[in-house]
Design a protein around this ligand. Structure first.
Ligand SMILES: NC(=O)c1ccc[n+]([C@@H]2O[C@H](COP(=O)([O-])OP(=O)(O)OC[C@H]3O[C@@H](n4cnc5c(N)ncnc54)[C@H](O)[C@@H]3O)[C@@H](O)[C@H]2O)c1
Ligand SMILES: O=C(O)[C@H](O)[C@H](O)COP(=O)(O)O
Length: 388
């Protein structure tokens, strides 16, 4: 059923999106500032587009809801799976926008086969996630603020986030070992996986979730990341090497990780979990820091995500974008240069232990349940991105 807080302006529509006068949008209610970007003025002030937007929880978007709403446009986050099962019986959707960097929840080949345009928000929270990783490192090992305690940071995946994290690391005078087999070797892409795992003080994961390419899965990757960090990888890492995962949960094999922490006492920081949104307390209790998939949850990161899919929709509609996140952002006083000069101000910039405590407080009867995990994310007080 449609959520009560839906807003409506019009309801008729025709077939071709750019020619449609009345556009129906079905959107995940947790996308930031939806109503500021997807309204009559922001989408149709030079045209005759009229916009009706219906918002629901992302996990409630299913084939039955699509049959009821018949949306022209679907706006989602990482919790909605978009594939043949969702769309096989639907002929209305012509554009899917995901306000996320990750795309593992979307079958892009299927969308292409149906001529449905897809856009995601590449890079939107790259600084936010890099800042999450730095916060975790400095919270657990404040000694690395000292120039004399130089750190070797291993970064697996050197796309938008991995590269941004490397820029901060260089700015701090750290050594970087990088591994990305899909990019040419470079100053940062300078190590094998084995070298990186065995020689880093901290290993941080920044890969998409991908599966193996094989006879039954031609869409897979030659360098799959599902369970990239398994027992064999963990055994290469010295016991005092910290591991941070803010990519996707299944990149680490959870059972192997639990055994590894029991064996080594390793400091492990997880923002994402193999069986998310559920987390077993037997894992949680072993982690140095645990947070509910909020590494990218800054005001700037979330608004940028909305802006990018809004711009893509305007392009699809062949109208000029008129809304900008700069109109919506309050003043930002968080300067990286200030934090570097005054490291004791870190909790004011981002107190990650508050997020850790909120998650641990949700553990009941041996686990955090999915509704509580989702609730923490839904009600998260968006922090601010530091200006680099
Ligand atoms: N926790 C969060 O809140 C959060 C926020 C944003 C993104 N993410 C996750 O982070 C991931 C990375 O984001 P990004 O913006 O850097 O993506 P990106 O696409 O810009 O970069 C990913 C990089 O990983 C590399 N890669 C792919 N397979 C690899 C492998 N087997 N080994 C090493 N490198 C490999 C790619 O070549 C690419 O350069 C996203 O896919 C998303 O799942 C999480
Ligand atoms: O891939 C991404 O962009 C992130 O994982 C993102 O933060 C997911 O968060 P969501 O919008 O699904 O809550």
């Amino acid at each position: 059923m449609i959520n009560k807080n839906m807003t409506e302006s019009m309801n008729n529509k025709t077939d071709k999106l750019s020619a449609i006068k009345n556009i129906t949008i079905l959107a995940d209610s947790n996308i930031a500032s939806l109503n500021d970007f997807f309204n009559d003025a922001a989408l149709g002030h030079l045209t005759e587009h009229r916009v009706k937007i219906i918002t629901v929880a992302g996990r409630d978007i299913d084939a039955a809801l699509l049959a009821e709403v018949q949306p022209d446009i679907l706006l989602i986050r990482s919790v909605t799976k978009v594939n043949e099962a969702l769309l096989a019986d639907n002929n209305s959707v012509q554009f899917v926008g995901s306000a996320t960097i990750g795309t593992d929840h979307v079958d892009q080949d299927y969308l292409a086969s149906r001529n449905i345009t897809f856009a995601n928000a590449a890079g939107c929270s790259k600084h936010s996630v890099a800042q999450y990783v730095l916060t975790a490192i400095f919270t657990l090992r404040p000694q690395y603020w000292q120039q004399s305690a130089s750190l070797t940071l291993g970064i697996i995946g050197l796309g938008n986030i991995g590269n941004t994290l490397a820029q901060y690391a260089y700015d701090l005078g750290w050594q970087v070992l990088g591994y990305d087999p899909l990019l040419p070797t470079s100053k940062t892409n300078n190590a094998s996986l084995e070298q990186l795992l065995s020689q880093s003080d901290v290993v941080s994961l920044h890969v998409p979730l991908t599966n193996e390419r094989n006879a039954t899965n031609s869409k897979g990757s030659d360098y799959p990341t599902r369970h990239l960090i398994n027992a064999a990888a963990l055994v290469m890492m010295p016991a005092d090497t910290m591991l941070v995962n803010s990519a996707r949960g299944p990149v680490i094999e959870e059972s192997a990780l639990k055994a590894d922490i029991e064996r080594t006492g390793r400091q492990v920081v997880l923002d994402v979990f193999e069986h998310e949104p559920e987390i077993e307390e037997s894992l949680l209790s072993k982690l140095a820091i645990a947070t509910p998939h909020i590494a990218g949850y800054t005001l700037e990161g979330k608004l940028r995500g909305t802006q990018i899919i809004y711009d893509a929709l305007c392009e699809k509609l062949t109208i000029p974008p008129t809304q900008s996140m700069s109109n919506l952002l309050p003043l930002n006083m968080f300067l990286w240069s200030e934090l570097k000069s005054y490291p004791d101000r870190l909790p004011k910039f981002y107190d990650v232990m508050q997020d850790d405590t909120s998650l641990r407080n949700k553990a009941v009867d041996g686990q955090v349940n999915g509704a509580d995990f989702d609730g923490l994310r839904r009600d998260y007080h968006l922090r601010r991105e530091w200006q680099f």
